[in-house]
Ligand binder design. Structure first.
Ligand SMILES: C[S@@+](CC[C@H](N)C(=O)[O-])C[C@H]1O[C@@H](n2cnc3c(N)ncnc32)[C@H](O)[C@@H]1O
Length: 235
């Protein structure tokens, strides 16, 4: 996430970190909640804590869990940000999570296929405390409509086809080279429209978790940020 140690790279890294915390703040606001009342937090797919670095100071008294497939990343974040590490699994149904007032998922749904998206939404929705908030980023319209030049031009050839799929189906997915394409374990690049995500949340939770906010390009002018909230008792 930090390309090199040059000043522009460090500034970009810190800008993304700050921008995510601002997006989470807006998400909390849309759900009628504030940082002060959040007692338990999960950073799912935490990486090496790009967002936690500035999120943690906003939540000094909260219990924080850091979860990643990469155990050394989860443990690094736990040590650095007074948290507990949870080592994840590519099959998220096998991961043991706690219950949380706030779950942040920065750039993980951006890499999963349909089956993986449903599995992760279900897992995280079930890990919400009553009124808990699931806040996550996706590649949306901005990303899908700028593929001729984003990501080093890697998707230039397929730019139109991917955008068309995104518009027609609300989802487009391209596995990374060398990764499995097995449904639910595939890993690649994913574009998701608001309507698709909202439809999946409605079908998976039948009103127990509802979409409260859609923030186009809400993270650093790039990822859309969505916030869903558990309604009433546990989802
Ligand atoms: C693009 S990185 C984002 C890292 C971090 N959230 C950030 O914004 O800097 C995606 C992260 O998701 C993690 N990840 C992917 N699949 C996962 C899974 N099933 N469980 C937990 N973490 C996963 C990867 O290991 C990686 O650290």
């Amino acid at each position: 996430m930090l390309y090199d140690e040059s000043k522009p790279s460090i500034e970009a890294y810190l800008r993304a970190d700050r921008s995510a915390v601002e997006a989470i703040d807006r998400a909390l606001d849309s759900c009628g909640r504030t940082f002060e009342e959040i007692r338990s937090v999960l950073d799912f797919g935490c990486g090496h804590g790009r967002v936690l670095r500035q999120l943690r100071p906003r939540l000094p008294r909260a219990r924080v869990d850091t979860c990643d497939l990469d155990g050394s990343a989860a443990r690094f974040c736990a040590a650095e940000f007074r948290a507990k590490a949870i080592v994840s699994n590519a099959d998220v149904t096998r991961v043991r999570l706690g219950r949380y007032d706030l779950i942040w998922v920065g750039s993980v749904f951006t890499h999963l296929d349909r089956v993986g998206i449903d599995a992760l939404l279900r897992k995280l929705g079930q890990a919400l405390e009553p009124s808990g908030i699931l806040c996550f980023s996706v590649h949306g319209e901005f990303s899908a409509s700028n593929l001729t030049h984003l990501y080093g031009g890697h998707y230039r050839e397929e730019a139109q086809a991917i955008h068309r799929e995104f518009l027609d189906h609300g989802i487009a997915f391209r596995p990374y080279e060398g990764y499995t394409t097995e449904p639910g374990r595939a890993y690649g690049m994913t574009w998701l429209a608001r309507g698709y995500v909202e439809g999946r949340i409605d079908e998976l939770f039948r009103g127990a978790v509802v979409l409260r906010r859609f923030d186009p390009q809400g993270w650093d002018g790039h990822h859309d940020v969505l916030a869903a909230q558990a309604v009433g008792t546990r989802a």
